[in-house]
Design a protein around this ligand. Structure first.
Ligand SMILES: NC(=O)c1ccc[n+]([C@@H]2O[C@H](COP(=O)([O-])OP(=O)(O)OC[C@H]3O[C@@H](n4cnc5c(N)ncnc54)[C@H](OP(=O)(O)O)[C@@H]3O)[C@@H](O)[C@H]2O)c1
Length: 354
């Protein structure tokens, strides 16, 4: 198969850089157009990008020009088959619709369309059947569609909830997060605010986690998604870690399970990407660690090339009936953003949507 030509919107930012790394030698996709704001347009990628991840800017991509993230400017760079978007949400709303309307599928990390009724929020291991929802977007008069990624915090949490929901049912979830600085983007959090400190508030984050989980874990009945009916409460905090979100999770299961059954359910969990052997699929979406002091972001965020979520300290919770609790670490810009989007695009290609 010829590689699909992709445009990357928001190429210079924190998530954009992850896309660049993941698409550098991808077997299905070729990075053909790099786009960002008008401040970056006209520069070479290596001069425009706020590069701050390991390994440096890939040689060839560094020489590519950056164009404005706008349909006409992107089309001038040549033909494209697919768009990845890592734009700020307020910009994404209009720009992504332009591309979808004109016939280019958009796989987006922005939140602009996540909660629209006809737009799936996809975690390929969790709800691959929701992909069919994109067909409903034809009613908007669009020739193609927008497919979204969850918020980074929801993404890594929901991967761990799925085997629990499937095996034991879930009644209530409480999660307390310790989120990394890269989650706030390049401009992010000022150093004077975060050094020697923890910020106990991330705007709109708790609401996103609470509503996205119920949509993603809901049932698609062929025409709409019926949200899952468990209760979920999140408390979100910014900590002085560069990459990798840590979350303390407390769950009331629907039925009694001993800890070994919970560990087994998580270890055995596989999804459609593993079945199809998709290029970005980790062998194990969840890795369970037995040591009492794991997971830790510095040690565990790159598990499965950043696509696995690492879970540890799985134990009984004495407050909830049928209660368990555990700690997880997931890479926010890989599994929580660019990596999940690339995996979704791989699935959409294999399933014939792109
Ligand atoms: N960081 C994460 O862990 C994470 C996880 C999941 C989802 N997300 C979502 O992914 C998106 C990108 O996040 P990020 O962390 O990569 O942000 P970021 O580091 O601030 O990067 C933003 C990107 O958007 C471009 N941009 C900004 N204003 C623009 C405009 N008016 N027109 C066109 N392009 C514009 C920037 O280009 P310039 O360099 O030219 O300004 C840059 O390429 C956001 O919607 C965010 O909510 C982020």
């Amino acid at each position: 198969m010829d590689k699909l030509r992709t445009a990357l919107l928001g190429a210079t930012g924190m998530v954009g850089q992850r896309f660049v790394k993941l698409l550098e030698n991808h077997e299905m996709f070729e990075l053909s157009v790099l786009a960002a704001s008008s401040a970056s347009a006209g520069k070479k990628y290596r001069d425009a990008a706020h590069w701050c991840i390991e390994g440096g800017v890939p040689e060839e991509i560094g020489e590519m020009p950056v164009v404005r993230a706008d349909l006409e400017d992107v089309k001038k760079e040549g033909s494209i088959d697919l768009v990845f978007s890592a734009l700020p949400s307020e910009v994404a709303r209009a720009v992504e619709a332009e591309f979808a309307k004109a016939g280019f599928p958009v796989v987006s990390d922005a939140s602009a369309y996540r909660m629209e009724e006809d737009v799936p929020i996809l975690i390929p291991e969790v709800n691959p059947e929701h992909l069919e929802l994109v067909k409903k977007q034809a009613k908007r008069g669009w020739k193609s569609f927008i497919l979204t990624n969850p918020n980074c915090t929801s993404n890594v949490l929901i991967l761990t909830l799925k085997p629990l929901q499937d095996n034991f049912g879930i009644k209530r979830v409480m999660v307390s997060t310790m989120q990394s600085l890269s989650g706030a983007g390049w401009l992010g959090v000022p150093s004077m605010a975060i050094l020697d400190n923890i910020l106990p508030y991330i705007k709109n984050e708790e609401e996103k986690v609470e509503r996205e989980a119920l949509k993603i874990m809901g049932k698609f009945d062929g025409s709409k998604i019926i949200p899952a009916d468990f209760k979920i409460s999140a408390s979100c905090h910014r900590v002085n870690v560069l990459e990798g979100h840590t979350e303390a999770v407390f769950i009331e299961l629907g039925s009694k399970a001993d800890i070994n059954q919970v560990i087994k359910a998580m270890k055995d969990f596989r999804g459609r990407p593993q079945e199809l052997n998709l290029p970005t699929a980790p062998k194990n979406p969840i890795i369970v660690r037995a040591e009492p002091d794991r997971p830790q972001p510095r040690l565990d965020r790159y598990a499965g090339n950043g696509m696995s979520v690492v879970v540890g300290r799985i134990r009984v919770d004495p407050v909830f009936g049928n209660g368990i609790k555990y700690v997880l670490v997931g890479h926010n810009t890989i599994r929580g953003a660019a990596g999940n989007a690339v995996l979704s695009a791989e699935l959409a290609v294999k399933e014939g949507y792109i």
